[in-house]
Design a protein around this ligand. Sequence first.
Ligand code: 5GP
Length: 209
Amino acid sequence: MRNSSKGSLFIVSAPSGAGKTTLCKELCSKIPNLKHSVSYTTRKPRQGEVNGRDYTFVDEAEFQRMIDRGEFAEWAVVHGNFYGTSRKRLDEMLQRGIDVILDIDVQGAKKIKEVYGDAVCIFIMPPSMDVLKERLKNRKTDPDEVIKSRLDHAIEEIREYKWYNYVIVNNVFEEALRELEAVVTARRLCVDKIDPLWVEKNFLIQGDG
Ligand code: 5GP
């Protein structure tokens, strides 16, 4: 194996409705050895969401117990609900050499970056604010006041784009996906990800011939 044993961490943030979750899921099904880390949330499941696949859905009391036990690598309140990344789930995957993609908000991204300094941070922009507004309305899963709060929050999040390593505009889905894939590929080719023993064995030890 050319890559060192520990997995790489990718953090993807975007305003809600920018299509980040679909992008991340598609990317994970396309690229081998890349997995999405399933977060915990106190939000109620939306139609079609599956417990343990999209999120692990818990109540506030359980979430609070997990905070108290220090089980989260980061947690945040987003649109009035709690969301958190399990430290154990994340570390286990990275230790097993799996590359992990975290689909989390800006606050969470900053907290993770403090602990996992070499994480690659990617910000997804919607095609335009008008499109974002339409997408949020068409989802029909959230009441009007939630849509309004998501839009206000979107602007606050977009202000933070400079803090990320890469910016991708999700205008044409296939293009955005290709760009996201390129970021993952580039990270995998970084010199600090290459296993020195692999170089030694394959290129530096002279054979008999
Ligand atoms: P949604 O409820 O639409 O699935 O997600 C709302 C927001 O919460 C999104 O910006 C999503 O990225 C973020 N989010 C999902 N999981 C986590 C998490 O574990 N930690 C943090 N900080 N944000 C999360």
